[in-house]
Design a protein around this ligand. Structure first.
Ligand code: ASP
Length: 444
């Protein structure tokens, strides 16, 4: 019997998880049952993906650079990557701002709803924790991110998934060093790294074998911990504005893929769909990164030299979905709480949402932390911040799932376009040991 394609297996797992979660909400013991007996399997899967992220970045980036014939190509890739990340993020913010100004979801929300949401969430530990994290992130200087990119201890950096940029920095230096030393001495090191790279990719492949079951667990947990459906309904206009913006952004990526990478966008989306589905299920671009890297380099055909640099950097600094959401949410909160916004305020949102998305960690809920900084930049009163976040807290998880899909798709798109621009976009090259090797998907 023909094996079902991976994205279908994951989709079925997701649908079953949603169904099971809904069923469990009917029983008084259901939520606890899911938390105790089902959710841990989702957590284990996310931990496995995170576990493999640092070794994968390390091995594939060193291999990518060491394989480069000409080091100047690397600086070209670096410059274009940063530029494209900024351009796509700006497009996302402008789409978000335009939509929220047209739809004005904030003006339709009644004082009673504001009151209920405030009572329910303003003191919620989720909201207060986010405010506290935002405060601690704010007290750093403007060049702190540059300082943070350089590790003082590579083992410490490698021991912390939040220090991905530091690992990237070291791997680039290591790769350059390897390129510059005597070829005879470099060869054995390259061979070892090459072997490690294949082993790590095989591990990603093995982890993906449990993906359909893991997404079942992840989604069942999301369903049983989601807020009251009535509250969700009152925030429908806001949520739909964000989702519409995200869908438009998907259209922008399709344009980039067909105009600049000269590939069929539907084909492209099918190749990366398992990564998108995992982004949706885990709400974390960092956890999805190993799968994004595998799909983009092997199933789309982006050369390792490009993918192994552009994708991890993107997972940390490029968050188009998050910046779009921050723009919509900031205006929504300001309007609902009658904080008037001038044109200059809207321009400030563009700039701070750009910086905030760069600074957001690639983990669930991080976009909401940085939203605090966007709100503060437009003079939103500090004493109302908790109320502001309380307004959107109920729908944050589902929106986080959607914006993470866009974050991951944005990284995949930019890496494909950059690869094309430097002549490094080839044909898919799936390893013969890949358990998700599916000729049908490749040839269509
Ligand atoms: N969860 C998002 C990500 O990992 C970040 C966010 O918007 O909260 O990409």
């Amino acid at each position: 019997m023909k094996k079902l394609a991976l994205h279908w297996q994951i989709l079925i797992g997701m649908a079953a998880g949603i169904g099971f979660g809904l069923l469990m909400t009917q029983f008084s013991w259901g939520t606890q049952f899911v938390k105790d007996w089902i959710a841990p399997f989702g957590t284990i899967f996310v931990k496995l993906l995170k576990m493999i992220a640092i070794p994968l970045i390390f091995a594939s980036l060193i291999k990518g650079i060491a394989d480069l014939q000409d080091i100047s190509k690397f600086s070209k890739i670096g410059g274009r990557t940063i530029l494209m990340y900024i351009v796509t993020t700006l497009i996302a913010i402008i789409i978000g701002l335009t939509l929220v100004n047209i739809v004005k979801p904030g003006s339709g929300i009644s004082p009673e709803t504001i009151q209920t949401l405030t009572e329910n969430y303003a003191q919620d530990s989720g909201v207060t924790k986010k405010l506290a994290t935002a405060q601690s992130q704010k007290s750093t200087g403007p060049l702190q991110f540059l300082v943070d990119t350089v590790p003082d201890n590579i083992f410490k950096a490698a021991g912390n998934n939040g220090s991905m940029l530091q690992v990237i920095f070291f791997a680039i230096l290591f790769g350059i060093g390897l390129l510059l030393i005597d070829k005879k001495k470099a060869q054995p090191v390259k061979d070892v790294i090459d072997g490690i790279n294949d082993v790590v990719l095989k591990i990603v492949d093995l982890i993906m074998l449990i993906a359909p079951y893991a997404v079942f667990a992840l989604l069942a947990k999301v369903i049983v911990t989601t807020a009251d459906p009535d509250l969700l309904k009152s925030l429908l206009a806001y949520a739909l504005t964000v989702v519409t913006g995200l869908i438009l952004m998907l259209g922008v990526y399709c344009l980039f893929i067909s105009l600049y990478a000269k590939k069929n966008p539907i084909w492209f989306l099918r190749q990366i769909s398992p990564a998108q589905l995992l982004a949706f299920s885990t709400s974390s671009s960092a956890a999805t990164l190993p799968v994004t890297m595998e799909r983009v380099t092997e199933h789309v055909g982006v050369d390792k030299e490009v993918g192994s640099f552009v994708l991890p950097v993107g997972a940390t600094i490029n968050m188009d979905g998050t910046s779009l959401y921050q723009a919509v949410a900031a205006v929504f909160i300001a309007t609902a709480l009658h904080h008037d916004l001038t044109f200059a305020d809207q321009l400030t949102i563009v700039l701070t949402a750009l910086l905030a998305s760069i600074g957001s960690a690639a983990v669930p809920g991080a976009g909401m932390v940085m939203l605090v900084i966007v709100l503060e930049s437009i003079g939103f009163p500090a004493d109302k911040l908790a109320v502001g976040l309380a307004l959107i807290f109920a729908v944050d998880r589902p929106l986080d799932m959607c914006r993470t899909v866009i974050n991951v798709t944005g990284d995949a798109t930019v890496s494909t376009v950059i690869a094309k621009s430097v002549g490094k976009l080839g044909e898919p090259n799936i390893k013969n040991w890949d358990d998700h090797f599916d000729e049908n998907i490749i040839s269509t």
